[in-house]
Write a new protein. Sequence first.
Length: 344
Amino acid sequence: MIGTTLLDIADHIESLAADDGEFSLVCARYGDRPVPAAGLRFESRETARAAARATEQYRDTLRRYDPELPFYDVVVRQEFAEPPSGSTERDDGGPTFAPGEGGSPPAELADRIVDGTARRAPGGDDAPTDRRRAGEAGRRGRARDRVEFCHAAAAATFEALSAGGHDRAESAAMNAYFSLAERVADPDDLCLCLLEAMATALDRHLDPDAQASVLAAAAEHLPEPSESAAADPVDAAFDRLAAVGLVEGYERADEAGLAARPGVPADDATVRVSGYALSPADGRVATLPAALELCRRDSRGRIAGISLLGAAGDATGSDWWVRVDPDAPALDGGPSTASVPSAN
């Protein structure tokens, strides 16, 4: 599994960076800024060279999943003061790197995912999202746990796509990842965008049965859950999502004294989820992380179907009534995403 490796390399590169550094990394041939060092600066040429070696290692790892990933001659460049915050241009006014040939514009999929970050609800966690500061403070925090969870889930899904020969879905997710990495600076937002892009790619390119097969294979790549196998899969799955900050909280309808939603079979679970961290895009919400966690905890390794029954609480787009069907992966078009219900 590559998720931890990628995260470790990215952490190492960030640990070398300095806000007021005069050195950055670029491609000697094209001037593009390579992921994951785009936007980072370094205090000395020697430190920047170490970051360049790590950047090449990171890209070599990703090339296992996308053989057409461009090869860059990564070099160190001395620059003046940092450009204005939020800038997406190089110092010379040229575009930053986007996947594809000849500096093509970012993928349409990434455009829509990035648009959703403006509507994303706050995570409700005081832990810093700056991974260097969190590490220096000697504590992980939910923000760091969420980054690791998202990268591990995405990496396991990449492996399952590659092993299953689903080239179109794999390429779509990979291309979106590179576009997002160039455009989303905050690591917490980036990891959420990565999961949203992965789920959308599966929804667009695979039918429900194929999605279920990929997610079942991905769940096998993830570590065994720590809780007892006898634990209720729904509670255990949502406990895990809450622990890493993908949801702020949840209630089972039967345990909270809430009436089950009309039309939901008695053997299905109805869950009220608050503060879901993934945002709607094109009328659908990524449910991939919940599907993976449920599969890991199901005694038969089944992929549960997940659908949204309606909004819960205020109209922020982050509180939902959720139906979980333990043996219906085709529910609502597949387990990777769920359609946003009409307000009527």
